[in-house]
Design a protein. Structure first.
Length: 232
């Protein structure tokens, strides 16, 4: 993934961040998906640290604008309740939602051809979005090792696919969609074999993710034919 470097001009009320990640790639998190945990820690027992002012602003943007946008096309219940609830306990999903919100704000605000303060703010917002994107990618590896919810890895796939779509990286989105299908197949197999115990709430989340992937796969098929990237 190409890293955006800060420009030489002075930032104006822009969030100061350290990207810290030099080689992060968003092509499936890891070569293989780790086995999901069969027991989930209560979400309320693992609260995240208090969000910064920039994160609160991005979170408000997500709730007021991004949520309505993605829900219009991709399984509203999955976004409005399930992903938001788990994000409050899972750092990787939280960072991914902040990144998604920031990229969506960039998408909604066109480039200022005259430069000026708008261009500076847009540049800094891109850095901020990339920072949280990289943080989410790093956290995705921790999700595989020690998930706080048995479906955290699967839900992180959903958010990462959506990020790539907002960014216009269609081939990357299709590759992540393929990874999501593999993770979903693994959950199905382990659940059938009794390796993973899920309650009714977890089963509903799986059904919503299946609907999300099915709808997205339908739209991605035409693009896959044009790009040569296979879905399965």
């Amino acid at each position: 993934m190409t890293r955006v470097k800060p420009g030489q001009r002075k930032r104006a009320k822009a969030p100061k961040v350290r990207t810290g990640c030099q080689t992060c790639k968003c092509d499936g998190y890891a070569a293989q998906a780790a086995s999901p945990s069969s027991r989930a820690m209560p979400l309320s027992s693992c609260p995240l640290p208090p969000p910064s002012q920039d994160e609160l602003r991005a979170g408000q943007m997500f709730r007021e604008r991004t949520l309505a946008h993605v829900s219009e096309f991709f399984v509203e219940e999955l976004w409005t309740t399930r992903i938001l609830r788990i994000a409050h306990a899972e750092p990787g999903i939280w960072h991914a939602l902040i990144s998604l919100s920031s990229y969506h704000e960039l998408f909604l605000n066109p480039v200022d051809p005259g430069g000026g303060q708008g261009a500076v703010d847009r540049h800094n917002l891109g850095i901020y979005a990339l920072h949280h994107h990289n943080m989410a990618i790093k956290a995705a590896l921790d999700i595989q090792r020690t998930p706080k919810h048995p479906l955290s890895h699967l839900l992180s796939c959903v958010v990462f696919v959506t990020i790539e779509m907002i960014r216009g990286e269609i081939i990357a989105a299709i590759r992540l969609l393929k990874h999501g299908h593999r993770v979903l197949h693994e959950y199905r197999s382990q659940r059938t074999g009794g390796q993973v115990l899920m309650g009714s709430e977890d089963g509903l989340i799986v059904s919503l993710v299946e609907a999300f992937f099915a709808k997205l796969t339908h739209h991605a098929t035409c693009v896959a034919h044009l790009t040569g990237v296979t879905i399965y």
